[in-house]
Design a protein around this ligand. Sequence first.
Ligand code: NAD
Length: 477
Amino acid sequence: MKDLAEPGFRDSVDLMFDRAVRLMDLSPGLEQKIRVCNSTYTVRFGVRLRGKIETFTGYRSVHSEHMEPVKGGIRFAMSVNQDEVEALSALMTYKCALVEAPFGGAKGGLCIDPRAWDEHELEAITRRFAYELIKRDLIHPAQNVPAPDMGTGEREMAWIADQYARMNTTDINAKACVTGKPPHAGGIQGRVEATGRGVQFALREFFRHPEDVAKANLKGSLAGKRLVVQGLGNVGYHAAKFLSEEDGCRVIAVIERDGAIVNDEGLDIEDLRQWMNRHEGLIAQYPGGKHMPDGPKALELDCDILVPAALEGVIHKGNAAAIKAPLIIEAANGPTTFGADEILREKGTVIIPDMYANAGGVTVSYFEWVKNLSHIRFGRMQRRAEESRSALIVEELERLSADKNLGWTLAADFKSKFLQGSDELALVRSGLDDTMRTAYQSMREVWHGRDDVTDLRTAAYIVAIDRVAKTYRSKGL
Ligand code: NAD
């Protein structure tokens, strides 16, 4: 009988950290300072609902304040616990360092099944949780800036921002206390899609390097690659939609809470998502594919790229050996346990690690925070100036062509594209693309440049820890 016992999520992250620091030259004191989680605040609060007082438990964990504010999502799920928020806050520290977002790491969570409550009840609960955190500066534009995570989205972030504004009526930067808000409430274009878009940009960057693709025993471009996606929520839906509609990938299976839908021809992601919206988030009866009641088993399907985009610990010692995908991109946080990671490394599976793969969310959150502090939308000053300059070039080309009877005509779509100045969405996507490319290259340099580093995760940890260590050293620690 194989020993399938595994460390918890927090220990799993620490073991991955330890594997990387063994290859680095850090003093034991500094190593320990970076590893430990600085603080975790637990709050239990009551809300009067349906004629009685319901008590909820929430957490806000701050892993590292080497840069402030600290940043990290707030998760609403029944599985939330201290171990989980601490693990996720540690990952946030490393993620921010890897993509050069100037934040320390934090995370929050509330033990709740959001589907069990009506909208106005959820608002009362969210506002009360936010109140508890705001009064302790655990939500604050300069100190601690949450964002959405599993079970939360724009709506909850708008409630939190409003709660902060009510409690800090003269704070001109109040909107910067939380990111992931809807655009009409101080949010930024492109934040909802950001994490999934980042997964797409990460894969595009990976496939720009044929040597890396070969390490995963794959060939060619993204077009035609067969994907299995777990979780069709914010991250999974956007990643699957963009990769299938824009890059020619075929999503052959989607795994959800109630099993998997499999179709070798490729699933229509938009159609499936619309079906889920009409059927309480369920996929079992979806007519566009075959239903597999044992969802997790579909992680083992034969495919080119596996995209876990739901929750942690789904690839574990019990199924790692059976995973056939030669390439895994961790869209979720912590989907692979430490034990599974060792098995997959041994097998030669290439894993694009969570800390990089899902960093699109925090990257665009960073842009949103900057927008809130600067009180102006991106592109507002330069868009029309850019368009005027492009128009000058187009007019001059047309004049030259007519004067010299060259008979040139500019293609209509070139003209319309060239004449369009960059709006906020275009700038956000450009900034995200640049971030994902740059961060990949920093990991890649370590992956290829050192004989003792054989995987992208260890490379990512080395880059991130080195940056955090430098910040601590420059502070005199
Ligand atoms: P979400 O709540 O929008 O979606 C999660 C999806 O997973 C849902 O569709 C849910 O039904 C499904 N799911 C839940 N349990 C499942 C199970 N046992 N099997 C299969 N499917 C299951 O959450 P999200 O925001 O998309 O987050 C997903 C993951 O991505 C989490 O690990 C989160 O920490 C990570 N992440 C999210 C963001 C973000 O911007 N939202 C950023 C970085 C990382």
